[in-house]
Design a binder for this molecule. Structure first.
Ligand code: 5GP
Length: 119
């Protein structure tokens, strides 16, 4: 799947659409989800143009991959989610229910999150 540079997260990265930013560095951006599904619901995205985890894991540099994981861990610590625990999730493609075609890691916490999947 080709990268669509008009997707909503690409527009956030270009500053065309606002976001409630938590953290930014050379390779990543973290911001609050506009429709939170838990007490705390953060999105962590790479700045590079990657459609999904499939695209990212195949084409991103080691530096970019490390940066994304490090930012997830840092945000969880900064938001005091570590002691009580949290969940990360990345939806990929049709079966994964991915809506926005720019890789994003959901970070949920702040309350018990229940079973991993609802059937
Ligand atoms: P997906 O279903 O692709 O894994 O998740 C997309 C997420 O992006 C959803 O949780 C949705 O609420 C969030 N989202 C969609 N548009 C915006 C937006 O304009 N701003 C922010 N902060 N989040 C958005």
């Amino acid at each position: 799947m080709a990268y669509d540079s008009e997707n909503i997260f690409a527009r956030i990265l270009r500053g065309e659409i606002p976001c409630n930013k938590i953290y930014e560095d050379d390779h990543t951006l973290a911001f609050y989800d506009i429709a939170p599904q838990a007490e705390t619901h953060v999105l962590v995205i790479p700045k590079g143009a990657y459609v999904s985890l499939d695209d990212f894991s195949e084409h991103a540099s080691d530096v970019e991959i490390a940066a994304l994981i490090k930012t997830v861990g840092k945000i969880a610590r900064d938001l005091n989610l570590v002691e009580d625990g949290y969940r990360i999730l990345s939806n990929m493609g049709k079966n994964g229910g991915q809506e926005v075609p720019h890789l994003h890691i959901h970070l949920f916490g702040g309350e018990p999150l229940g079973p991993m999947l609802t059937k």
